[in-house]
Write a protein that binds this ligand. Structure first.
Ligand SMILES: [Fe+2]
Length: 484
């Protein structure tokens, strides 16, 4: 076990994206003996994994918070025992840089490498991580080659190209726990602007189509039900003039509708049903399911403000997205397959939440509960992620837990209890930056009924910082064992 003593002084840079607990860690560790406050439940068994940016070489450019090389952090729970480990995703870009002994790409704020049309920005694979057919799959939000990692050691096994069928794939491609398939989408600046496909549990491609779009788009997520997939076309796309000049600037077109493509899981492009909805932009889907003739999707879109004339304020939304401010709703769309009409409604506009997760066994099936990271409303202040929310989608009720102003919660994973007897019979596992103790902790909450309000039942104290990151997943032990 190696550990760097916790620095009393957190790193301070001129660049906020590298400050404090955003700063990368320099080492790959395995920790097995960690102090625990409270009790780690013996019926919590499986692997929590979270991806995030962690620059390998100290950046000498105007660093953007999304630039860092992907690093996965995993916490394995076994009968009350806990093991933590972290490892970089060994991308081909990172390998090139390690061979050169320096960073070869600069980040989002510095533009693209003209000499590398194959990889103008480094595919850091730093955004998302999911489990498919015995391997962890890391993904990048801008669509890139996915990578396969050993869930036990976190070693990068190579690219996950599924026998050459996949050359790029977006973050938030979704495994279906009911069929063992991986449903994926990708998007890009050149045609085909979007593709959708299905990989089987045998890691072989089963289906792939091009999704016809009028131009490049910026989808971030997709949704799946038992029989349908929902792909996203928001009226937010890169400005063509800026693109022609080699710059990337997104514009929101408030006079255009949102469009959702509802396609049977193995449907052809000709079978896509396009549904229109109010102009909006959505990062993350909570879940989707079928209900009679309707396909229902729940997500956390940006709150749309109106301008002086009562129209959607496009500039304000662009600014909110560009400055990564947090201003979200909980929202439902219902697509009527019989009539082709969309019905939509706000479920909750009181709390401001994002990073939704559910019990993954309910993906594509009607679920009642979702768990989100809670944010205060606010303008340009430093990001604050002080707690968690459990929503009851059936009643509109919720339980919110906030640890205090400077606490920073990451995306949790829902861990079903061994022998779980209901959707919320389990735990939330979540990395937390504790500003009072100046350390990273893995907190475990009892997700059942109203028990989340009592706070964490276990706090596992990490011997060194775990930087803030993006998306996570939880894989139960039975699923891990099935693939051993
Ligand atoms: Fe995301």
């Amino acid at each position: 076990m190696t550990a760097t003593p916790l620095a009393d002084e957190l790193p301070v840079h001129d660049i906020p994206a590298l400050d404090g607990n955003n700063a990368p860690v320099r080492q790959e560790d395995v920790f097995t003996q960690m102090e625990v406050i409270g009790q780690v439940p013996a019926d919590l068994n499986g692997l929590y994994v979270r991806n995030g940016p962690n620059a390998y070489f100290p950046p000498d450019w105007r660093y953007h918070a999304y630039d860092g090389d992907g690093m996965v952090h995993a916490v394995h729970f076994r009968q009350g025992q806990v093991e933590y480990r972290n490892r970089w995703v060994q991308t081909t870009g990172l390998s090139e840089e390690q061979s050169a002994g320096r960073a070869l790409w600069k980040g989002l704020k510095e533009g693209w490498r003209a000499d590398r049309p194959d990889e103008p920005l480094k595919n850091t694979s730093n955004t998302d991580v999911k489990y498919h057919a015995g391997r962890l799959i890391t993904m990048w939000y801008r669509s890139g080659m996915p990578y396969a990692l050993d869930p036990q050691t976190l070693e990068t096994l190579g690219t996950a190209d599924f026998d050459g069928a996949v050359d790029r794939l977006s973050a938030h491609s979704r495994p279906d726990p009911h069929t063992g398939e991986l449903l994926y989408f990708d998007y890009g600046l050149k045609p085909p602007y979007m593709r959708y496909g299905v990989v089987g549990p045998d890691r072989k491609i089963r289906h792939q189509i091009e999704v016809p779009l009028p131009g490049p788009r910026l989808p971030h997520d997709m949704a799946v039900t038992e029989h349908y997939t929902i792909l996203h076309d928001f009226p937010l796309w890169p400005d063509a003039d800026a693109l022609a000049a080699g710059r990337y600037k997104v514009r929101f077109h408030a006079d255009q509708p949102t469009r959702f493509a509802v396609v049977p899981r193995y449907g052809q492009a000709s079978e896509i049903r396009w549904f229109t909805a109010k102009p909006t932009y959505l990062l993350h889907v909570v879940n989707a399911w079928e209900e009679g003739d309707e396909v229902v999707m729940v997500g956390t879109p940006y709150r749309m403000h109106l301008d002086a004339e009562g129209r959607p304020d496009a500039r304000r939304l662009e600014q909110t997205i560009h400055q990564r401010q947090r201003d979200f709703l909980l929202y439902e769309w219902r697509f009527d397959l019989r009539t082709g009409q969309t019905r939509e409604r706000v479920i909750d506009d009181v709390l401001n939440t994002e990073f939704p997760v559910i019990n993954s066994l309910y993906q594509g099936r009607k679920n009642r509960y979702s768990y989100h990271v809670l944010f205060p409303y606010g303008g340009r202040e430093e990001p604050r992620f002080p707690g968690l929310v459990k929503y009851d989608l059936q009643t509109g009720g919720y339980i919110a837990y906030s640890a205090g102003p400077r606490y920073f919660y990451n995306e949790p994973g829902f861990a079903p209890r061994d022998g779980a007897r209901g959707e919320d019979d389990g735990y939330l596992v979540v990395p937390v930056w504790n500003p009072d103790e100046r350390r990273s902790e893995i907190q475990v909450f009892d997700a059942g009924e109203a028990r989340m309000a009592a706070g964490p039942i276990a706090r596992i104290l990490l011997p060194r910082r775990m930087p803030h990151g993006f998306h996570a997943t939880f894989v139960d032990q039975q699923t891990l064992d099935r693939w051993k």
